[in-house]
Ligand binder design. Structure first.
Ligand SMILES: [Ca+2]
Ligand SMILES: [Ca+2]
Length: 328
């Protein structure tokens, strides 16, 4: 055995261990527990997959620290156009007296169909029981796009101290192939006679947006090297491209903004190259070709002078109201 084999051996072991670990992650269709999801599990509801669960923090002054393996997470598929998850806490999110529990976690939602898009999120506080003189509970969801851009947030609460309740909040946003969510769950008693049990809450994400696969410029439902030429053509004349494919400005941004700056420009060619080279897109396993980065770069170089000589066409989207201006 020579030196190079010897040195490469540990790296192969590491990769093998990673693949083994990935393969052990479970995908639950019938329901699981929050702890299983934090351990790397994912859960399917209708055409949506919920994955990448991660506990950010759990702070509790309750007499019994919440046992996350007792919190059930069940897919809601009664309305397939609006699939979601129900969290049933089985008494684990419960305080009595001057106590508080603060649980923060995050997860990701993908459309399994690959080309469907999310446009709405709903947060529901559907099971809360007060004892004694009550207390307060609130849940906040912060929703971001695949680049980490803010899509807005939802807030539900029930507060016997201020006698205020909001059990449902919804959020609409421009079509997204995937969204990430940070959930903040907080319950608190302010006096010794306070008591409350946050029994359940639900989160749902509806796929009612257009079927657009980011990077699929020739609209054949796969992202491959053929999309490079289609993108180059589109970059020279967005108006014609949008008209030919009946794309709204939002849909064009969803299709072509591959670096997350809210614009579709020549700079997104690099985003498409990265998408092809990395072999990963928001559509999961929809890539059919994973070219060598070098060959993609050669293909780009051959056409780049064409793009450079074209007028820079940009789509600018304002963050505030989703209004869109086309600047040619
Ligand atoms: Ca394509
Ligand atoms: Ca962009």
């Amino acid at each position: 055995m020579n030196g190079s084999h010897f040195h490469s051996f540990p790296r192969i072991l590491v990769i093998g261990a990673f693949l083994l670990a990935s393969g052990t992650y479970d995908r639950f269709a019938a329901g699981t527990t929050l702890q299983e999801l934090f351990n790397g599990g994912s859960i399917v509801a209708g055409d949506s997959q919920f994955s990448d669960f991660e506990m950010i923090s759990l702070d509790s002054t309750a007499a019994v620290t919440p046992d996350l393996s007792q919190i059930d997470v069940v897919p809601l598929v009664s309305d397939l156009s609006n699939p979601g998850l129900q969290f049933s806490t089985n008494g684990q999110l419960q305080i009595s007296g001057v106590e508080a529990i603060d649980l923060v976690f995050k997860f990701r939602v993908d459309a399994l169909a690959g080309i469907n898009t999310f446009t709405n999120h709903a947060l529901t506080l559907d099971g809360i029981r007060f004892g004694g003189t009550g207390g307060l509970a609130n849940i906040t969801d912060e929703v971001t796009n695949r680049f980490g851009g803010d899509l807005g947030s939802t807030l539900v609460f029930d507060n016997t101290k201020s006698n205020s309740t909001k059990s449902l909040d919804t959020l609409n946003f421009a079509p997204q192939p995937e969204v990430s969510v940070i959930s903040k769950v907080f319950i608190q008693g302010l006096s010794t006679a306070d008591a409350l049990n946050l029994a359940s809450f639900t989160q749902s994400f509806s796929q009612t947006g257009p079927a657009v696969l980011p990077g699929d410029f020739n609209h054949d439902k796969v992202v491959d090297t053929a999309d490079i030429q289609a993108m180059l053509t589109a970059l020279t004349d967005f108006n014609s491209y949008q008209a030919a494919h009946e794309l709204s400005d939002d849909e064009l941004v969803l299709l072509g903004d591959l670096n997350g700056d809210g614009l579709v420009t020549n700079a997104d060619l690099q985003g498409l190259i990265n998408l092809l080279a990395n072999g990963s897109s928001s559509g999961g396993g929809t890539l059919t070709a994973v070219p060598e980065p070098a060959s993609v770069a050669m293909a780009i170089l051959g056409s780049l002078s064409l793009v450079a000589s074209a007028a820079l066409v940009r789509i600018r989207r304002s963050v505030g109201d989703h209004a869109t201006d086309v600047i040619a």
